[in-house]
Design a protein around this ligand. Structure first.
Ligand code: ADP
Ligand code: MG
Length: 686
């Protein structure tokens, strides 16, 4: 249960003055539903304004405070058009004050014709006139105090204004309870950080680096604590030691010898499985590094020990592909493998469920359908989670409740992330890295081509598929609405289909699963030779005969994502090519990203560079992907502060694993504050 002391923070925003049903929506759009969220809605930047006596003194683009007298109101003829007030300065220079939408209603009252007001805002040019769009302030007197102000600028959504958010944030701050300190006093002193509530006040008031760091540290500490509590809880659980005698593994007829890295990973897993405490291991390996075989060996150990194993995949497509691959490899062993997804219904489903219950199905591959309540296992001892980054920690925990004793968990991810971020996301796990590619891979010939040469590129694709090879064509996800992206992909598909006919198929996120599978199957079987897709192909699809990839507007993708996409080609023994089409307006970072793609194929290196290029200001926007979600800490802060936060969390748990001491109690409050309560809940369970 959340400590009562936090109640004022978790009250809904509607409990604040001035928030009714109307304001609720725009706040929700920004993810602000509770007082807590507003307190943590930190300004994006701050502006200071210069008082000017007249418009001649002001520069375009400058934030100013100026006295202006209204001379004329101009309502728009259309309802959606702007409402303009023409106003003049002391010299008679005219400037337009412009409002859009609902805000225009207030303009009339704010600026009656003939009256003088202090206006603050950004001076811009509109045609041959100067204008201020949505002035931040319109005041009758006291222009001087506006000028002194170093004012926060908040992220807004439609229906919100800066003054409104400033007011709400102030109300939220006024409600901050007095919380016990969870950061060690020594650390606080050394870093020169303010206390929690001071830090929040300061962070809303100005560019206060120490305050921002403290708040980021809080978030990182909460995250590490929660992960380490999961780990500690896991250590306490009784699992079942799995000892395989090797008889099934010996029957595998792999067409290749395992790489050193694969052998190492398997040995590490084997070492974990013979322990009583359940394994919690992450297998990190770039696309194509050969994680599937490692998973297979691990699952066979479980089966040799007389138990069941399950492999969880994030998508239908990937599940089917895994099932086919594994079934082929398992054929000489006689091991019974089944598939279970949300789409399997009726008799087939019943028979798989029976098999899982009576133990005749030894390995099951599926989507999260395999962990629904209606699915019971005879003796599930190992869970392998493919493409772990698609699932959240909380989900991972739910899976663990399936076995009779806690099952061993092997999580796999092909997203090469920097070491710090591995710690932030998977701090509760042991890590095996596949840092060696299977031999014989040819480097992918990567070229950057201007989007203007689209016609040439299409000709090239024509020659490629004309010669019997296959290709991917990736359309970006860049628009605000997914539907726009899909429309763009559909248009490209239609265009390429006109040119190449039936051989072109389309896959995107809004197709029905059957349609998606049908398209994928046509491509995988070689019947279709060009697959047009949005980024849904990012995850694990394996078609070795596809040796060309075109990525449109490649500069819009992050390095890590480009790397993932490119990993779809270069899977067979033939030379592969990746064409990165770039738009005209290429930023410096965009240019550097594409250059790096040309230069290296090492995913871990690209991940580190990605981190460097994304730099300080940008938040780690990975909420959807199930990675640890940081809303306060920036990438730069994660890199700089996480190692210390993680050590701190480890020390605290070593000293006070039940979080019952003074600092432990404070740490509980912190966990609830950042909604890592799944961490605390394990305490009572254990
Ligand atoms: P990922 O790590 O991306 O899941 P996969 O397990 O799908 O990679 O393997 C990619 C390809 O490499 C597959 O076709 C697989 O058969 C092949 N492969 C895996 N291990 C080896 C190896 N040791 N030597 C040669 N090929 C391998
Ligand atoms: Mg894979």
């Amino acid at each position: 249960m959340r400590p009562d002391i936090l109640n004022p923070l978790f009250a809904e925003t509607e409990t604040l003055d001035g928030v009714g049903p109307k304001l609720r929506k725009p706040l929700e759009k920004l993810g602000l539903t509770r007082v807590r969220d507003l307190a943590y809605h930190l300004p994006e930047r701050f502006v200071s304004r210069r008082p000017v006596a007249n418009l001649d003194e002001a520069g375009e683009g400058e934030q100013v405070v100026i006295a202006l007298t209204a001379i004329e109101h101009r309502a728009s003829r259309t309802q959606r058009g702007p409402y303009r007030v023409l106003a003049q300065d002391a010299l008679g220079n005219v400037c337009a004050l412009t409002w859009f939408g609902r805000a225009s209603y207030s303009a009339k009252k704010l600026l009656p014709v003939g009256e003088t007001r202090w206006i603050s805002g950004r001076l811009d040019r509109y045609g041959d006139m100067l204008q201020i769009v949505h002035p931040d302030h319109v005041e009758e007197k006291d222009g001087a105090s506006l000028a002194r102000l170093c004012e926060p600028v908040y992220a807004l959504s439609e229906g919100l204004t800066q003054p409104k958010v400033i007011g709400l944030a102030a109300q939220a701050l006024a409600r901050l309870p007095h919380l016990p300190e969870w950061i060690e006093p020594g650390q606080l002193d050394r870093a020169g950080w303010p206390g929690w509530s001071d830090a929040l006040h300061l962070a809303h008031k100005g560019e206060h680096a120490a305050a921002r760091d403290r708040l980021a540290y809080d978030e990182l500490l909460a995250n590490s604590l929660a992960l380490l509590l999961v780990r500690a809880d896991n250590r306490r659980k009784r699992g079942q030691a799995l000892r395989g005698d090797g008889h099934l593994r010996a029957r595998l007829e792999l067409p290749f010898p395992l790489t050193g890295a694969q052998q190492r990973a398997i040995a590490e897993i084997e070492g974990d499985l013979v322990q009583d405490a359940p394994m919690l291991r992450l297998l990190q390996g770039d696309v194509g590094a050969g994680k599937t075989v490692v998973a297979l060996e691990a699952m066979l150990i479980a089966v040799e020990a007389g138990k069941q194993a399950a492999l969880l995949a994030p998508t239908e497509i990937l599940t089917r592909q895994h099932f086919e691959t594994l079934r082929r490899m398992l054929a000489p062993t006689g091991v019974e493998i089944a598939i279970l997804t949300g789409r399997d219904k009726g008799r087939a489903r019943e028979s798989v469920l029976m098999g899982l219950l009576d133990g005749s199905v030894q390995i099951v591959v599926g989507t999260h359908a395999i962990f629904q309540d209606s699915v019971a296992y005879r003796d599930l001892a190992l869970v392998v989670i493919d493409e772990q980054h698609r699932f959240g920690v909380a989900q991972r925990l739910r899976l663990a409740s399936k076995g009779r004793a806690a099952p061993h968990t092997l999580a796999m991810t092909a997203t090469p992330i920097p070491r710090t971020l591995t710690l932030a996301n998977y701090g509760e796990m042991d890590v095996s890295r596949l840092d060696e590619m299977p031999p014989g891979r040819q480097p992918i010939d990567t070229r950057v081509v201007s989007q203007e040469r689209l016609a040439d590129v299409i000709e090239g694709v024509g020659r490629h598929i004309g010669g019997g090879s296959q290709a991917y064509w990736v359309c970006p996800m860049v628009h605000e609405h997914e539907t726009e992206d899909i429309a763009a992909a559909e248009a490209r598909h239609a265009m390429l289909r006109e040119r190449f006919g039936d051989a072109v198929v389309l896959v995107h996120g809004q197709l029905r699963p059957e349609q998606k599978d049908a398209a994928m199957e046509r491509f995988a079987s070689g019947e279709a030779s060009l697959l047009v897709a949005t980024t849904v192909i990012e995850v694990g699809v394996d078609v070795p005969a596809a040796t060309l990839m075109v990525i449109e507007q490649a500069e819009r993708f992050g390095l890590a994502q480009l790397h993932q996409l490119r990993g779809r080609v270069g899977r067979g023994s033939d030379k592969s090519t990746c064409l990165l089409l770039r738009g005209e307006a290429l930023s410096e970072t965009g240019r550097e990203r594409l250059a790096l793609m040309r230069e290296t194929q090492d995913g871990f290196r690209l991940a580190e560079e990605d981190l460097r290029l994304r730099g300080g200001g940008e938040l780690l926007g990975t909420r959807q992907s199930g990675d640890a979600a940081f809303r306060i800490a920036t990438l730069e802060q994660i890199t700089r502060l996480l190692p210390a936060a993680h050590d701190d969390a480890r020390l605290l748990i070593e000293r006070d694993g039940g979080l019952t001491g003074l600092r432990g109690e404070a740490a509980r409050v912190l966990l609830y504050l950042f909604e890592r309560d799944w961490g605390v809940q394990l305490l009572r369970g254990g």
